[in-house]
Write a protein that binds this ligand. Structure first.
Ligand code: ASP
Length: 472
């Protein structure tokens, strides 16, 4: 049975079997040292050509395996039997968790050889060009820093799931092949083979589905959801990203914010006990206050911006409902059209658009917007008015949003929700400069996957089946 490198310390005197990668090899003539790495740690293995101690003379194959050990190179995958021994006094390596022991090898099997890696996989990797790292991402991910990022990401996500399940939320998957949702970005579209000339859209968020789940009586929904937005290259964006998407029925804005606050404070306390949250309750600033005082709607409220362990969460509330889009000469929703307006119903008219306020909130951490949400308008007539203010014709509204408006005619509970970015949260907590460092297989700034070489051309046959002609 296999023993993990980290567990060898508990097996002094026993013969164990290790499996993993060669992290390093030092050849001292009659002795070869191998650092053997698996996901959990590194342990030193010793191959000595001339066995002297009692137990080693029993080993018939030792010289053959010594010769084999001499061939080992970094990143080869091996299986090694050996006896766990305490290292001689003075030879311990206190920097290594297994530094007080070493494994006296009794058998070596090479499971696979490895070409020389295009870069060092054990450094922190910041010195290596990103294109190269992304092309060989499966090697880049061997780096302890990236392994830690993925491990902490998993811990955060599983903490969120446990936490919300305890509060009676249900995680529900919503479709990836869907219809366009207006969330302010361009859609990725997927041609339909069975319905010539028609297209699915990948969801910019599960917004309409989660609202329909409220109509369905789910009351408390969440999803670790993948969202797709076809935006121009802008800063640290990815064409697809992950968010904690959440929706509740019969909940006030304050209840949604309080739940969010408690969840995030618990994540920090449990998984990042060295970090300090600047202020509890998280400050709630109106959009106007934030703009007047800090000149931004995502202020960085840290007391000491050089302190990497300080976390300043804040909620920004009371956003205007609409903003004027000069290029398009129309009003657009600041958040999205499904947001409830705070003003009384009779004020909801186009000529008032500029002064209508919304039940919208943003969630901010250290000057970074990590989430946002709103209480939704559940009156179909008002929702139709909102779409009209945004310049949509009545028949277009019915065509695009008829399903949602109609569902609201069958007993809709008041509801609201929030969505918080998982990638950005992990990035900030792990003090990484980019979300690409916390996503297993990210795309480049211009949306390419250098490892898979996508996007890529497809065959003429595929195009024909999809009823698509390309321009060139
Ligand atoms: N769907 C919104 C977004 O992705 C969040 C929400 O309103 O719940 O930003």
């Amino acid at each position: 049975m296999r023993t993990l490198a980290k567990d060898a310390v508990n097996k002094i005197g026993e013969e164990i079997t290790l499996m993993g990668w060669v992290a390093g090899r030092r050849d001292h003539g009659k002795i070869i040292f191998i650092d053997l790495r698996d996901r959990w740690g590194v342990v030193q293995v010793v191959f000595s050509g001339m066995p002297s101690s009692g137990e080693l003379t029993k080993i018939p194959d030792i010289s053959r395996d010594f010769v084999l050990a001499d061939k080992l190179r970094p990143e080869w995958v091996v299986e090694i039997d050996g006896i766990v021994k305490e290292r001689p006094k003075g030879m311990e390596n206190l920097e290594l968790a297994t530094g007080k022991i070493e494994i006296q090898a009794t058998r070596l099997k090479i499971l696979s050889e490895a070409k020389t890696s295009p870069f060092d996989v054990l450094s922190d990797g910041r010195e290596i060009g990103e294109d190269n790292r992304l092309k060989y991402r499966y090697l880049d991910l061997r780096r302890p820093r990236l392994l830690k990022n993925l491990t902490m990401r998993d811990k955060i996500i599983s903490f969120i799931r446990d936490y919300l399940h305890k509060k009676d939320f249900i995680e529900i998957e919503t479709p990836i092949l869907t219809k366009s949702t207006p969330e302010g970005a361009r859609d990725y579209v997927v041609p339909s083979r069975l319905h010539p000339g028609k297209f699915y859209a990948l969801p910019q968020s599960p917004q309409q589905y989660k609202q329909l789940l409220m109509v369905a009586g789910i009351e408390r929904y969440f999803q670790i959801a993948r969202c797709f937005r076809d935006e121009d290259t802008r800063g640290d964006r990815q064409p697809e990203f992950t968010q904690l998407d959440l929706e509740m029925s019969f909940a006030s804005q304050e209840e949604i914010l309080a739940l969010t606050e408690e969840l995030y404070a618990d994540i920090i306390e449990t998984l990042y006990p060295d970090k300090k949250i600047s202020q509890r309750p998280f400050p709630r600033l109106t959009c106007k206050e934030a703009m007047d005082k800090y000149g931004t709607d995502k202020p960085d409220l840290r007391k000491d911006k050089n302190n990497p362990n300080e976390l300043a969460f804040a909620f920004i509330v009371d956003f205007p409902m609409f903003e004027w889009k000069d290029a398009e000469k129309r009003w657009d929703a600041v958040h999205h059209p499904f947001t409830k307006i705070r003003n009384p119903e009779h004020e909801i008219r186009k000529e008032n658009a500029g002064r209508l306020m919304a039940y919208q909130y943003d969630f901010v951490l250290n000057g970074c917007e990590i989430g946002g949400g709103s209480i939704r308008e559940h009156n179909p007539e008002i929702l139709e008015k909102v779409f009209e203010i945004m310049g949509n014709k009545k028949e277009d509204i019915r065509r695009q949003f008829g399903h949602l408006l109609e569902s609201f005619e069958y007993g809709v509970p008041p509801h609201g929700g929030i969505a918080s970015g998982v990638d950005r949260l992990v990035m900030i907590l792990e003090q990484e400069p980019s979300i690409r460092e916390v996503i297993a297989f990210p795309k480049t700034g211009d949306g390419r996957d250098l490892m898979m070489d996508s996007p890529s051309e497809i065959s003429k046959k595929q195009l024909r089946e999809l009823h698509i002609k390309t321009a060139d």
